[in-house]
Ligand binder design. Sequence first.
Ligand code: HEC
Ligand code: HEC
Ligand code: HEC
Ligand code: HEC
Ligand code: HEC
Ligand code: HEC
Length: 156
Amino acid sequence: MLLFVGLLAWGQGVHQLCQQCHTEAASDVEEHAHFRKGVTCASCHGSSEKHRLATGHAPPDRVATRAQVVALCGSCHPAERKSYETSKHWAALQAGAKAAQCATCHGNHAPRAVAKMERTCLSCHASLPAACAGAGKTDAKLRCATCHPAHGFAKR
Ligand code: HEC
Ligand code: HEC
Ligand code: HEC
Ligand code: HEC
Ligand code: HEC
Ligand code: HEC
């Protein structure tokens, strides 16, 4: 318990240091359940001391590439990762195609409502077969995930 509280305090200390230059990322993260559970900048980008303090250009310790995001998020969400890795999204991503990975749907920092994620689906799947029955419209009762179970969406 003490260790957890200590980590929480350390993570939020780093958050304040990053916030000075990254006001938008910081306020986005503050809205997320991540922040309340002590998952902050340092969890995903490292403490990035050189980046913060160097006078010249120094990259942060860790910036996940599109394909690395799955391992990053999956390190704390193994069930979602396992399910995602059965999807055609994962197969297409590995083949180098522009397919959805965790952050495409969930965003990098701010939490996203399901309806907003479904608009993201439509940005890649512009024309759906009739079977999808008008899902994705603002007033739709049916969610994509009703018929395409999360996160193996491709399986039905
Ligand atoms: C003194 C200002 C400053 C502070 C403090 C700062 N950053 Fe940055 N950061 C920048 C600037 C400027 C850029 C964009 C230019 C660059 O890549 O160096 C950037 C870019 C980034 C990027 C994107 C890099 C990429 O390759 O796309 C990440 C991630 C990042 N910062 C994370 C952090 C984290 C985490 C912290 C706190 C530990 C932090 N920054 C603190 C100024 C800062
Ligand atoms: C849950 C993991 C996670 C947390 C927490 C997180 N980031 Fe990120 N961040 C990402 C991912 C993933 C990207 C996208 C990397 C890429 O472009 O491939 C990203 C991108 C960025 C970028 C560059 C593009 C953008 O979206 O602005 C900056 C700057 C950044 N993060 C700063 C921060 C700061 C500052 C914090 C803390 C307030 C933070 N991040 C917390 C995962 C995270
Ligand atoms: C260091 C561990 C860690 C990492 C890395 C991480 N998460 Fe989380 N995530 C958590 C914790 C802890 C919670 C809160 C769980 C709870 O409250 O039950 C959470 C909650 C969530 C939620 C649910 C939010 C809600 O409102 O209930 C989503 C969605 C999520 N994470 C997506 C992601 C994505 C996408 C990434 C990668 C960009 C990521 N997570 C990376 C630990 C992590
Ligand atoms: C194609 C879009 C998409 C991708 C890719 C995706 N998700 Fe999700 N995720 C969703 C949707 C939509 C929901 C909400 C499902 C629901 O409410 O039935 C969700 C829910 C979640 C939740 C919350 C679960 C809960 O019980 O509330 C977590 C955590 C999460 N996703 C993590 C991840 C991680 C980690 C990855 C990558 C391995 C990932 N997601 C990839 C769309 C996506
Ligand atoms: C960044 C683009 C992108 C986004 C966003 C996206 N997808 Fe996909 N999706 C793809 C690609 C690429 C494929 C693989 C097509 C293939 O292999 O033929 C795919 C495949 C699928 C398939 C399987 C189709 C089949 O032939 O079996 C389903 C179902 C699917 N996506 C549903 C969704 C849902 C639901 C969402 C939102 C929650 C979503 N997708 C978001 C790009 C995306
Ligand atoms: C009522 C159930 C249902 C809902 C809701 C639904 N789908 Fe479907 N979807 C299906 C069925 C069944 C198929 C297979 C139809 C076929 O092969 O002709 C399918 C096929 C697909 C395909 C594959 C298309 C192709 O070219 O092979 C994609 C992509 C897809 N759905 C995305 C979505 C998205 C995105 C949403 C939400 C906006 C959604 N679906 C909502 C039942 C549904």
